[in-house]
Each structure stands twice: as C-alpha cells, then as structure tokens.
Design a protein around this ligand. Structure first.
Ligand SMILES: [Zn+2]
Length: 174
C-alpha cells in the first residue's frame, strides 16, 4: 500500500463519521511533511451551511494550523472529486497536490465536468491523482443513498404524515 492509499484510508474514516451523522459521506484530510495536520467531513445538513464540504473544512483548519492561507507544501486527500467551489478553493489556497477517490460525473470540477485544478489560465495549478481507493470511496456513497431510499419507501408504506427525517432530505451528490 503506497502513502496515497494509506492517507485515503484516513479520509475514508472521516467519511464514515459523516455517514454516522446522517451527512453525505465525504471525508478529507490535509497532509504536510508526512503528517496529517487537519481533517474534515461533510457537515452541510448539521450546520445548514452550503460551504460545509469536507475538503473546504479541512483546508480551513489546515490554514489555521499553519497560520497561513498558502498551503503550498500540502497534499489534500478527499474521498470524492471536488465540486467547482472546492476545486476553486484548492487553487486559491495554492495547494500543491490533490488526491481524490471516486469521480463525480454530476459535479466534479477537477476532471469530470471541468478541470479547474489544471487550467493554464489560472495562476496556480495542482498536481492531481485520481482514483485512489475509488471503489471504496464510491461504495460508501452508494450504500448511504440506498439506505435513504429504503427509509423513504418504508415511510410511504406507513402513510407517515410526519416530516421527512433529516436523512430523507439529503440531496444526492455532495
Ligand atoms: Zn465541494
């Protein structure tokens, strides 16, 4: 197992924490000089914050830890391909390297829909590695959404008039 696989396992642990809290399971960590300096997992529902994506939380914490907004010596590991907001944020933070797990064909802005991290028109480019532990990173999302759909169906069966539980409102896609 290479270092990237090892660190992606750490990001996956954070994704599982998100699932435990009813959040779309995406996890992230920031590594600097071989050390995990910050982590985060998706908290959008809990915080009702549209910017509370895993990698954004992790990078914000890393900047706080380093006392600098420039993360030039850092590698960010995230279980799902970053969205346009987060891909832009990684460029702005001057992150050196990005490693992600599962691709996101619906919102991915690093390789799938856009290539924001490697656009020569921007003033900073990241080295990107994709597909590390992709199966595991994707599976945790699939299982999460499957469980939600199942819960919704059983709600329908009971003609339940109560508002949907928090998990039932989660948008698909992180
Ligand atoms: Zn994002």
């Amino acid at each position: 197992m290479d270092d990237d696989h090892h660190y992606m396992s750490e990001a996956l642990k954070r994704a599982r924490q998100a699932a435990d809290e009813g959040e779309v399971p995406v996890g992230a960590i920031v590594v600097c000089d071989g050390e995990i300096i910050a982590d985060g997992f998706n908290r959008r529902e809990t915080w009702q914050d549209p910017t509370a994506h895993a990698e954004l939380i992790a990078v914000r914490r890393a900047a706080e830890e380093l006392g600098s907004w420039r993360l030039c010596d850092c590698t960010v590991y995230v279980t799902l391909e970053p969205c346009p907001m987060c891909a832009g944020m990684l460029v702005n933070a001057r992150v050196d390297r990005l490693v992600f797990g599962a691709s996101d064909p619906k919102a991915g802005a690093v390789r799938s829909l856009f290539a924001l991290s490697e656009d020569p028109r921007l003033n900073h480019r990241l080295e990107v590695r994709q597909g590390v532990k992709a199966d595991e990173c994707g599976e945790i999302l699939t299982n999460f959404f499957r469980a939600i759909r199942k819960a919704r169906r059983s709600d329908d069966d009971e003609h339940d008039e109560r508002p949907l539980r928090r998990g039932g409102r989660v948008d698909e896609g992180a």
